[in-house]
Design a protein around this ligand. Structure first.
Ligand SMILES: O=C(O)C1=C[C@@H](OP(=O)(O)O)[C@@H](O)[C@H](O)C1
Ligand SMILES: C=C(OP(=O)(O)O)C(=O)O
Length: 495
């Protein structure tokens, strides 16, 4: 795995110079009918890596994500003494991972967080269990992402952390090999990851943890439920005794072999493409039950006019055969999906598709100002840059119908900004996405998958680091199955 640990520039380790600059987003020439298989969930891969590193024996992750964020997590846990090796398999998105927990976690190291919220939040509590100082830093913008509530909570639980009052990266956790734990108050209104971070390491705290959220709002609740479910799957006693409170009992974390579900949040731009291009997009391997917030796409996309069918074989199809409708959505739990939904809302208002010109408002997402960039400010600026009419709300965005035109769409090093630019470019000719390589954070295959989705030839002569993920059954642009996985990989990969 190439994490690009030491550089702001190196994001996916496989981008061409052209992608680093401006990527001409392909415009859909005709309705599409394609099947797009997606790699593993960032959030599940991160949690399973942490829990496997703290477990009572070795375990294997099947079908994990291989991307910049997951590589940074692997590097961080290796730096703390965990053995992580790639185990070759024949499925399409890269190797399984074999994890051998360290007998004792070791400090005296430094950890690069890139721009990964999961690394900068989930690893410090683990570092507190290591022996010796562990220095954390990340990309320049990562230093702006909030950390103070988590660092203060860790201190209250017994950790020694030096951050020179910054409440942000860089900081050093002086691990002593153990942490007392216990009851702690924490304001998680800026990020649910503060809660998940403490819960994940808490079985190894002397007293476990009892977190009491003190803020007036709580974003991304499904991600906290995902954390509790991952802990319980490993035999840990973990619950929520009251709204805004969570408890984890001290005890062993059971080693196990886990299968990572495909990333349903990364399904968002692809399913949304059915609305942009017209036609159908099918994502295979959709779990029948999941804690991933991306599952909500099945109810959110119909708000924009999509038809969704969940098939018995575990695939989900989105079909778009009419104008994109304006929406009024309040989605505090689904901020991760907001950039794609906002992109659709901008298209609903662009005025040349026969849409009814309804104003869209998407609210409850103030916390996405603290994601990879201030996503509300960035989306407003970029939609306006293409001639659209968008304005910031205190906790969201309003989009008034307006025709869009081509131009440069800036990514702000944010993978979901980049994919949103690609989505708009499906409909609006002449959109150039700056830094499409930022998609390497969670989906290095994005440019390739997107072009293949449209029946376009690959930009590469050979897919380098993540090759073999598509089995083209013809690659004629008109072939509706130009983009499928072979059935054998399908069953193996999504089992
Ligand atoms: O725990 C996780 O894996 C995540 C939690 C959410 O963070 P916030 O609560 O900061 O929104 C989500 O947006 C992020 O992409 C992943
Ligand atoms: C907010 C996101 O990432 P992170 O895990 O870095 O917070 C995201 O992927 O949309």
């Amino acid at each position: 795995m190439n994490s690009g640990k030491d550089g702001d520039e190196a994001r996916s380790g496989e981008s061409t110079p052209e992608e680093e600059a401006h990527w001409p987003a392909p415009t859909a020439a005709a309705p599409i009918d394609v099947r797009v298989a997606l790699p593993g969930s960032k959030s599940l891969t991160g949690r399973e890596l942490i829990l496997a590193a703290l477990a009572d024996g070795p375990g294997t992750l099947h079908a994990p994500l291989h991307s910049r964020d997951s590589a940074l997590m692997v590097d961080a846990l290796r730096d703390l003494g965990t053995g992580i090796t790639e185990v070759s398999t024949d499925h399409v998105f890269g190797a399984d991972l074999r994890i051998e927990p360290a007998a004792e976690l070791t400090g005296s190291t430094s950890i690069g967080c890139g721009l990964a919220g999961t690394v900068m939040r989930f690893v410090p509590p683990v570092a507190a269990l290591a022996l010796g100082p562990v220095a954390f830093d990340g990309d320049l913008y990562a230093r702006k992402r909030p950390m103070r509530p988590l660092l203060d909570a860790l201190r209250a639980l017994g950790a020694d952390i030096a951050d020179e009052g910054r409440g942000a990266l860089p900081f050093t956790v002086h691990g002593t090999g153990s942490l007392r734990g216990g009851r702690v108050e924490l304001d998680a209104s800026l990020s649910s990851q503060f809660v998940s971070a403490l819960l994940l390491a808490a079985p190894r705290f002397d007293e476990g943890v009892h977190i009491v959220h003190t803020g007036s709002r709580l974003p991304s609740v499904p991600h906290i439920e995902m954390t509790l479910a991952a802990l319980r799957a490993r035999g840990v006693t973990a619950d929520s005794p009251a709204p805004g409170e969570w408890r984890v009992a001290p005890g062993p974390i059971r080693a196990l072999d886990s299968v990572i579900e495909p990333d349903l949040s990364n399904a968002a731009p692809f399913l949304a493409a059915a609305l942009g291009a017209g036609g159908s997009v099918t994502v295979p391997g959709w779990p029948a039950e999941t804690t991933q917030v991306g599952d909500q796409l099945r109810t959110l996309l119909p708000e924009f006019g999509a038809r969704i069918v969940t098939h018995a074989d575990g695939s989900v199809t989105a079909t778009g055969d009419g104008p994109i409708r304006g929406v009024s959505l309040h989605i505090p739990e689904a901020g991760e999906l907001a950039p794609t939904l906002i992109g659709l809302a901008a298209l609903a208002g662009h005025g040349s598709d026969g849409s009814d010109g309804v104003v869209s408002e998407i609210t409850g997402i103030g916390h996405i100002r603290h994601h990879e960039t201030d996503r509300i400010a960035a989306l407003v600026a970029e939609i306006r840059g293409l001639g659209g009419d968008a304005e910031e709300l205190p906790d969201g965005i309003r989009i008034n119908p307006a025709p869009l035109h081509g131009g440069v769409w800036h990514s702000y090093a944010d993978h979901r900004m980049a994919t949103t630019g690609a989505l708009i470019g499906l409909v609006i000719p002449g959109v150039d996405v700056e830094d499409i390589a930022s998609t390497g954070k969670t989906l290095p295959q994005f440019p390739e998958l997107w072009r293949r989705m449209l029946g376009l030839q690959s930009e590469r002569t050979a897919a380098p680091a993540f090759g073999g993920f598509i089995e083209s059954s013809g690659s004629e642009p008109s072939d509706p199955l130009a983009f499928v996985l072979p059935p054998s990989s399908d069953t193996r990969f999504w089992a």
